[in-house]
Design a protein around this ligand. Structure first.
Ligand code: ADP
Ligand code: ZN
Length: 745
């Protein structure tokens, strides 16, 4: 017998299947150790194919098969190959994304419950415990165990271990003598146990508009072919209940479901809604599970014990079988795109898996990505729209405040007069408010008044942010570097420093000055470092422990707080002027989302949008929550300038700690690119930019050069990028990586 094996740690240029022979019974998906290379070092890999012939020479034997506890299904193998082909990662990188960490170690970190039982009869036990006679047990610890079990027969090991004077050695000795038997059962660690106490079996009662939307989804669901629907509903239109109805349907039909939400939406509120509805048949997958919890969730899914997987991006890789429905809530979120290998977009993987299972892909958003809405408009996806809020409540009235005018009137602080008044009004009516500013820290730029030097990170080419607290410190938001605030300019020694640009800390300070009797809760990366602090803050705010929730993106999206009637955007311009073709899309979606938090459970929701560019069209459209007009304008620009969805974008990034080496390599790369494109690939439409310095040239002491390609991704164009990666695969001091349709270009 022969088999084809993919190694888990093959470098890029030799990443393919290798033939081995074996006289054992071996199956596709088995994890094996095989000798590799001149020294026949043992490497781990997975069997991708079993066959009875091989064309190869000098075929080596399979060394061993790993315990059958972890193996790949055929779909998982297919997924690895899909990721390898579409994101240009190695097979091993894909496999490691699919397997939970620790799955490949010899000693799987599995917890057991162990039942210890007496293996001998009553009479025999008495004899063992007798005060004299043959076979009498002398060890006091062992005798204690026997005395305890004499009456009850068996007990959990943990209880036996707590008996006075008893140690693990006593238990082991009795097992060895055959007096005790041990029965192990595997346990699954589940941190969400507490959510299963409630059970929700209420039928969902949909409004008329929701029913119509659900009707379309159900009809699609019942078709037996791969298909995709885009549920576009304004904020507060009640998309969640429609999604739950669809999950109910799939589960009732015996099918399985993957439901993805962005990190910040995976809150206790969301989890408890789903756990109480689908009980222990729910598994959760996200990045802050412990290694053991993740392994157990994975095994439970793989063993068929789960109907509904809820999680963030990586949930799309869950080893679930018999999938009927995959849902991506807030499908426009950029966190669905992975930024490390494999650099996949969850939407692409979901589409691939739906194709395999003849399943329905359901995308939901109030502000769909341009790519998805374009597909919906072109009839590739079925478009389902909800234009009214659930309960008939009005969308919040949004007011634009011109901050230049505030300055003219002498107010240079971050909070306008109007916003201050609205906050006071909010408090007097015993309502809550959300304030959003996409920048943490106190001041975002410190510079020397004498020489103009801006204090920047020694490891990255970005300026340092000033954070108050303790003695105050300067911090790099790129790499985490911190230092004390210097007394003088490191460049000229001048002692007069200026502090510009404000972040959430500064706004917090201003609020306590102007509204001393309002309670403000600040939520950003600095206040949510503890494992559960984010969840706890959201709960506290929901329970009314604060009047204002102030924070970064974390406060902007997805949440449903019935008492929030006011939303303030402290500065709407922060994401508008970055040089990224998605800047307008991101600004529109962020503003729409945050404005949409107001007035969800009653009339009179308001939003105050502070900006230095009150005439900006994107800001105006977000205030009106007018997605359709935004889309029409933006899609025309994309078409005109040839950006996605009208083409694909690929970036090649060279990184190195050695700047001179990086420059030489980028010349090599650009020559190679031009040569290959002129010869082999000259029939394909490629537009090439660069190499140029990346927008942030240095991160964590590594310099970065970029090339950007506009093209149409298919097997031919991918082959070109693969050639580029192979060419640099052996370079030691520079690294080349490719990213297909990345965010932030
Ligand atoms: P969004 O479309 O913004 O995700 P949600 O799904 O959060 O909106 O719904 C907004 C609010 O309306 C929530 O508080 C939700 O509980 C309520 N809601 C929506 N649909 C229903 C329904 N069919 N029955 C009861 N409450 C509903
Ligand atoms: Zn840094």
């Amino acid at each position: 017998m022969y088999c084809e094996v993919y190694l888990f740690d093959a470098p890029y240029h030799i990443d393919r299947a290798f033939d081995y022979y074996t006289d054992r019974d071996i199956c596709v998906g088995d994890i094996v150790r095989v000798p590799f290379g001149r020294q026949n070092k043992l490497r781990m890999g997975v069997v991708a194919l079993v066959k009875d012939k091989s064309e190869g020479m000098n075929i080596k034997p399979v060394h061993s098969v790993l315990s059958a506890r972890i193996s790949f299904t055929e779909e998982m193998l297919g997924l690895c190959l899909f990721l390898k082909e579409h994101t240009l990662c190695t097979f091993g990188e894909a496999a490691k994304a699919i397997l939970p960490r620790g799955a490949l170690s010899e000693n799987l970190n599995i917890k057991y419950s162990e039942l210890l039982s007496l293996a001998v009869g009553e009479e025999e036990t008495e004899k063992l415990l007798s005060s004299d006679g043959k076979g009498r047990i002398k060890s006091e610890g062992q005798r204690e165990i026997l005395r305890y079990l004499r009456g009850i027969g068996s007990a959990d090991r943990e209880i036996v271990k707590m008996l006075p004077g008893v140690t693990a050695a006593h238990i082991a000795a009795l097992i060895k003598k055959g007096i005790l038997t041990s029965d192990k059962t595997e346990l699954y660690r589940n941190p969400y146990e507490k959510y299963f106490s409630k059970t929700d079996t209420e039928p969902i009662v949909l409004s008329r508009a929701q029913r119509a939307a659900y009707g379309v989804i159900e009809k699609l669901y019942l078709e037996d072919k791969p298909r995709c629907a885009l549920l576009h509903g304004i904020t507060g239109s009640g998309k969640t209940k429609i999604i739950m109805s669809a999950i109910d349907k799939a589960v009732a039909e015996g099918k399985k479901v993957i439901m993805m939400v962005p990190e910040i939406a995976l809150t206790p509120q969301t989890l408890s809604i789903f756990c109480s509805r689908y009980g222990r048949r729910v598994a959760t997958i996200h990045s802050s599970l412990s290694q053991g919890e993740r392994l157990d969730a994975w095994r439970r899914i793989r063993d068929g014990g789960v109907d509904v997987v809820i999680g963030t991006r990586s949930a799309v890789l869950a080893p679930l079988d018999n999938i009927g429905l995959i849902i991506m809530d807030e499908e426009h979120e950029h966190t669905y795109k992975s930024e490390s290998d494999p650099k996949y977009h969850a939407r692409d993987v979901a589409a691939y898996r739906c194709a395999r299972h003849n399943a329905l892909l359901l995308l939901a958003s109030a502000t769909p990505s341009l790519e998805s809405f374009y597909k919906a408009k072109s009839g590739i996806y079925t478009l389902i729209q909800l234009k009214e809020r659930y309960g008939g409540f009005e969308l919040p009235e949004a007011v634009i405040v011109d901050m230049r005018e505030e300055i003219r009137l002498g107010n240079v602080g971050p909070i306008s007069d109007r916003l201050l008044k609205e906050l006071q009004g909010c408090q007097s009516r015993d309502e809550q408010g959300i304030l959003f500013l996409n920048r943490r820290g106190y001041n975002s730029q410190i510079s020397c008044k004498k020489c103009g030097e801006v204090l920047s990170c020694p490891r990255c080419s970005v300026s340092l942010t000033y954070h108050v607290g303790g003695e105050g410190k300067l911090m790099c938001h790129m790499c985490g570097y911190t230092q004390k605030l210097p007394k003088a300019c490191p460049e000229c020694g001048g002692t007069d420093l200026s502090f510009l640009g404000f972040g959430t800390q500064k706004v917090e300070g201003e609020l306590s000055r102007y509204l001393p009797d309002m309670t403000v809760m600040r939520m950003d990366a600095d206040t949510t470092t503890g494992k559960l602090s984010y969840d706890r803050m959201l709960e506290d705010f929901r329970e009314g422990k604060a009047d204002i929730l102030l924070g970064t993106q974390m406060v902007a999206k997805g949440h449903d707080f019935p008492r929030v009637t006011l939303v303030g955007v402290v500065l709407a311009d922060t994401s508008l002027y970055v040089s990224d073709f998605r800047a307008a899309e991101r600004t529109f979606s962020l503003l729409t989302q945050v404005i949409g938090r107001a007035g969800r459970a009653g009339p009179g929701g308001r939003a105050i949008i502070q900006t230095y560019s009150p005439k900006n069209e994107i800001i105006k459209l977000a205030c009106l929550q007018d997605y359709d007009s935004f889309y029409e304008g933006e899609i025309a620009i994309r078409k005109e300038l040839s950006y996605p969805p009208f083409c694909d974008i690929v970036t090649l990034t060279l990184t190195s700690e050695d700047e001179a080496q990086l420059m030489r390599s980028s010349v090599t790369l650009s020559e190679f690119v031009l040569e290959r494109l002129n010869k082999e690939y000259n029939s394909l439409p490629f537009v090439v930019f660069g190499p140029f310095e990346a927008q942030v040239y240095k991160i964590n002491s590594k310099f970065r050069m970029k090339m950007i390609f506009k093209c149409k991704l298919n097997s031919k164009t991918r082959a070109f990028f693969r050639e580029c990666l192979e060419k640099f695969a052996l370079c030691k001091d520079v690294n080349l990586s490719a990213d297909m349709n990345p965010f932030g270009v």
